[in-house]
Design a protein around this ligand. Structure first.
Ligand SMILES: Cc1cc2nc3c(=O)[nH]c(=O)nc-3n(C[C@H](O)[C@H](O)[C@H](O)COP(=O)(O)O)c2cc1C
Length: 167
C-alpha cells in the first residue's frame, strides 16, 4: 500500500520539480540483511545510498507497524552514510495506518530520529487514517480532504527545499 501511495504522491510532485525517484525498501538487496553489512555495505546497496545523497529533499512515507515505524525503515536509515545522508537535508513526512491515528506514532518517532540526524524537518505533516477507506487499491487517495492536504504539503515542501538550498 505504501509503495502504491508513493507512486501517486510522486505524481503530485511531477509538475512541481525537475526529477523524482521512489526508493523502494521492498527492493533492498538481501545482502544488506547480514551482520557483516554494518562493517561493509554490499555493493548492491550503493544505488539506494546514492539516491538519498543526490536528493534535494526527501518525502518519507511510512505505514504504522505495531505502533511504530517499520523495522526495515529504521534499518535502512542505519545503513545510510553518516552524517551526510540527512544533515541539512529537507525532509517531510506522510503517515498511513489502518487505524484512527493515521501513522502519527511512526511519523513522530521518525521526526525524532531525523532531528537527531540534523535534517531540516518540514513542519506540515500528513496523516492518512483508515487507509483502506481513504486510499484505493491502486494507491489513489479517494478522500478529497486528504488529497488536498498532500497537494498543499507538496507545494509547501518544494518552497521549503528551495529556500534552504544555500544554508
Ligand atoms: C506488521 C503490521 C503491523 C501493523 N500495525 C499497525 C498498527 O499498529 N496500527 C495501525 O493503525 N495499523 C497497523 N497496521 C496496518 C498498516 O499500517 C496498514 O495496513 C498500511 O497500509 C500497511 O502498509 P504496507 O501495505 O505498505 O505494509 C499494521 C500492518 C502490518 C503489516
Amino acid at each position: 500500500m505504501t509503495e502504491r501511495l508513493a507512486e501517486n504522491v510522486e505524481k503530485v510532485y511531477g509538475p512541481l520539480v525537475t526529477k523524482t525517484k521512489i526508493i523502494r525498501l521492498r527492493k533492498l538487496p538481501p545482502d544488506v540483511f547480514t551482520p557483516h553489512a554494518y562493517a561493509k555495505k554490499p555493493d548492491a546497496f550503493k544505488p539506494f545510498s546514492d539516491a538519498v545523497l543526490a536528493s534535494s529533499g526527501l518525502v518519507v512515507i511510512t505505514p504504522e507497524y505495531n505502533g511504530g515505524a517499520p523495522g526495515v525503515l529504521k534499518y535502512f536509515i542505519d545503513m545510510l552514510e553518516f552524517p551526510e545522508s540527512f544533515q541539512k537535508r529537507p525532509v517531510c513526512f506522510i503517515g498511513l495506518a489502518a487505524g484512527a491515528w493515521g501513522g502519527l506514532r511512526p511519523v513522530e518517532q521518525l521526526q525524532q530520529i531525523f532531528s537527531y540526524r540534523d535534517a531540516f524537518i518540514y513542519p506540515n505533516r500528513v496523516f492518512i487514517p483508515e487507509v483502506n477507506n481513504n486510499v484505493d487499491k491502486s494507491g489513489v487517495i479517494t478522500n478529497e480532504k486528504i488529497a488536498a492536504k498532500i497537494k498543499q504539503q507538496a507545494e509547501g515542501f518544494v518552497k521549503f527545499v528551495v529556500s534552504l538550498k544555500n544554508i
